[in-house]
Each structure stands twice: as C-alpha cells, then as structure tokens.
Design a protein around this ligand. Structure first.
Ligand code: ADP
Length: 443
C-alpha cells in the first residue's frame, strides 16, 4: 500500500522539507543516529514519538524516536508506519529504520515485521540490513555479527533478558522474522566498492531476494556502501551506515550542522543514573569543588517537602555561583541502591526518584536554568516528558552518543533550553565539566 498523496505534493505544503526520514526503535539509539548524521553535515531534529503537527524547523533529517524494540510486533509496525507517513509528509526522499547494533530481536520481531511493513508502505522493492558499527566494535563478516572479538552468540547478548541473541548468522536470524527472502552482500563485493555492491544487489534481486544483509568491518566499508544505497527508498541499519549517506544528498561535514542557538541561563545537572560511570562523574564534579545536593529516597517517601527543599537549595546555589553549574543527584553506590530497593521495592523506588528528579528539572528550568544535563536513560525519559519536550535540534557531540540539544518547553522562556541526555555508562569522568566547557566554546 502506498500513500494516496505523492511525496512532492505534500512536501510543498510544509514549512520545511527534509531529505532523510529516520525511525529509531529506542530513544538513545535515535540520538546516536542523529549525532552521526550531524557529524557528517546534516542538520537534524529528533522527535519524541510521532509528531502531531508539521515540522517547522529547517533541517535535512528527522529522527523519530519510538520505544518499539520490545513491544508486541503489531504495535511496533503500527507506530513505525505512522512515523513513515509523517516523515513522508515532511518531504523525506529516503527512509532509515534504525535498530540496535547487536540486532536485538526475537523470531517474533521486531526488526523483520517492521522492515516488511515499511517496504510495503514505501513500495520498496529492495533494502539492506546492516547493524555494523565498527567504532563500537560491531562488525558484520560473511553475514555473521561480531561484538568486539566475539561472535554475537558468544557475547553477553546471549543472555539478554528480553532479546537473547543465540545465533550470529544474521541472514538466518532475519529470515526467521520475515516472509521476504533474505540474502547477503558479502565483503568481497563491499571491498570492491559501490559498483560491485550494486551488481551483487541486482543479481540477488534477480534471484528473488529483497533484503540483503551487508558485510562491513570498518568505516571505510561503510563509506563504500553509502553511494550504493543512493537509490533505495528504505535502509535498515544500526547507526553506522549513516556516515555514508549525507554525501548522497550533496551534504558534506560543516559546522552549521551542529550549530544551536547561543546558550543562555543557569547551568544544572540532574542525575538519577546509578551506573559506574555516573558515580565517577558525580565524584569528579564534587572533587573539583562543584556545588551538589543529594536526594535521599527514604526522605522523599516520608517528606512531601523534600523536592521543594532541593529546589530551594539549587536556587540559592545558582544565585551564589552566578549561573551554576549545580548538581542535584540521587546517584548512589550499589549497596545504597540495594538498601533503598529492599525497603521500597525496586520499581517503586525507581519511580519515586524519577518523579522527584523530573519535578526538580522542571523547577530548575522555571527558575531560569537554560542549560541542563540529565544523567540516566529512564531519568532522561521522565525529565523530557515532564518538561513537555517534543522535539530536539541535535547539536555538537560532548561524548560519543551524547550531543547537546536545543528544545522548546512550555516551562522555559520563548528561547527554549539546551539539554543533554546522558544514558548510564556514557561519558568520561569529567563529563559534567567538559559538557559546559564545550558550551563556553560554542558561545
Ligand atoms: P541508567 O541509564 O544508568 O540505567 P536510569 O535513569 O535509566 O539510569 O535508571 C536508574 C534508575 O534508578 C531510575 O529509575 C532512578 O529513579 C533509580 N534511582 C536513582 N537513584 C536511586 C537510589 N538512590 N536508590 C534507588 N533507586 C534509584
């Protein structure tokens, strides 16, 4: 089934026209892809879910972030098709379905069913599947996915609670999820470049294959593959393949891609991640003399005023410091987290802390914070939702996978706010300091 309205006709009616429309099956994966596109020169907006109104910003690509990796396949299909329709209405000429670089899925999906539905929706006769991300140690060779030096089936992904990956042969894994025929464009063709890749595609198509797993072990491979994808309506991949795409649209790396409005307002960090990396980042910030305030989950439960007390402290600290940065954190060592979870229950404790931190984030923004870092994947989700953020312009990268972004929020002034969402294990120990140093460089 295709849309009744031709792409060009719809695009003319929108304020902005994009070339690349991306659908990501989780939030941090969406940011990862967006960041790769920005580095290659594209101006990118990431949306949280499928927007209900047309795009107003002038950008080259939009990444729609879904949370569809492990939901029932039919729901993942419905959300992904809705995203594709919205992206088509914004002018997208090519579509990109982004999944995890470890191909997280089960025989029930969701990579196969979503790929099938998008091919039908976009009238795509052929697509590729390539989770390779060599910079992060994900390589595909002879159709087998490697994680570092190990085959996928021998990596930690073997025991993943939701999507255990027990077969490294991606042709076999994907074939179990789709009614279309799956084949392989192997490294022999990839190493010879775009012409050889396209010749292999043509012979696969002639034999009835419509989805090809593509080998790639280095960034050079990804850049050789890029030009061969120029004519595809749909690409399915991890975030690595993105580095070879912008040049197909005549776009080269440029500073303007990641340029955000000038930073303004106070600086704050809200941290709900208890990962090793975040614990080190909190300690590093404190060791440098940074102003910080610990949230005690037991107090949160007993005392309705404790969010107010944290905000009062933060307001005074922001004033005393000029503009901060100030850190409000629930981040704790594993023993402390265990003690809280034992008394409150893990899910309840998580929710209690997320709710408190998201109210603090909103309070900080209402009190003039214009540059906010949130640490923790779930914590970020809660804060973005509480702040009413629906789309973010992607800016310069602070650490791999973590860019500064700019967003509008009903809680910020008309100028919006800068926000960086850091999932647990990302970033070096000095992340909270280096992130603001980067802002100073941008100002
Ligand atoms: P990460 O990205 O490191 O996994 P998340 O924000 O996704 O971080 O998850 C951390 C979870 O731990 C959140 O639900 C948060 O509310 C919860 N949490 C944070 N601090 C504490 C604490 N001191 N005790 C118990 N739970 C906590």
């Amino acid at each position: 089934m295709t849309l009744a309205v031709p792409v060009s006709g719809r695009a003319d009616q929108t304020a902005s026209r994009i070339v690349l429309g991306c659908i990501a099956d989780d939030f941090t994966g969406a940011t990862d892809l967006a960041s790769n596109l920005v580095r290659e020169g594209m101006r990118v907006v990431q949306t949280i879910g499928v927007p209900t109104e047309p795009l107003t910003l002038d950008v080259d690509a939009v990444v729609v972030a879904l949370k569809s990796r492990t939901i029932p396949a039919a729901e993942a299909v419905a959300q992904s098709v809705a995203a594709a329709r919205w992206l088509k209405a914004q002018g997208a000429r090519q579509f990109y379905f982004k999944y995890c670089s470890t191909f997280d899925s089960t025989p029930a999906g969701n990579i196969g069913p979503v790929t099938d539905a998008l091919m039908t929706e976009l009238d795509a006769r052929f697509t590729i599947a390539c989770p390779a991300f060599p910079e992060n140690g994900r390589a595909v060779f002879k159709g087998h996915l490697f994680v570092g030096d190990a085959l996928l089936q021998d990596s930690g992904m073997r025991d993943h609670p939701l999507t255990p990956m027990t077969d490294s042969n991606l042709v076999r894994v994907l074939q179990a999820q789709t009614r279309r025929r799956v084949g392989l464009i192997d490294h022999t063709a990839v190493s010879r470049g775009a012409t050889a890749i396209m010749a292999r595609r043509d012979s696969l198509m002639a034999s009835g294959v419509s989805i090809a797993v593509v080998d790639a072990t280095t960034n050079e491979d990804l850049r050789r593959i890029g030009p061969a994808l120029k004519d595809l309506d749909l690409i399915t991949a991890g975030s690595g393949i993105a580095i070879g795409l912008p040049s197909n649209f005549g776009i080269a790396p440029r500073d303007v891609a990641g340029r955000l409005p000038a930073p303004r307002g106070g600086r704050a960090i809200v941290s709900g991640s208890c990962s090793l990396a975040t614990n080190a980042q909190v300690a590093d910030f404190q060791a440098r003399g940074g102003a910080s305030y610990a949230i005690d989950p037991f107090k949160l439960e007993e005392d309705a005023e404790s969010v107010g007390a944290a905000l009062q402290w933060a307001t005074a600290a922001l004033q005393a410091l000029g503009a901060g940065p100030v850190l409000v954190y629930a981040t704790a060592q594993p023993e402390a987290v265990k003690a809280v979870q034992a008394r409150l229950g893990a899910a309840q404790a998580g929710e209690l802390v997320e709710r408190a931190l998201s109210r603090i984030a909103v309070g900080l923004v209402e009190r003039g914070v214009g540059q906010l870092i949130v640490a923790g994947g779930e914590t970020s989700g809660a804060c973005v939702q509480a702040l009413g953020i629906r789309q973010m312009r992607i800016g310069p990268q602070i650490a791999p996978g973590v860019p500064w972004c700019h967003a509008q929020s009903p809680h910020a002034g008309g100028e919006g706010l800068h926000i960086a969402l850091k999932s647990g294990n990302f970033g070096a120990a000095d992340f909270f300091t280096s992130a603001f140093d980067l802002m100073d460089g941008e100002a």
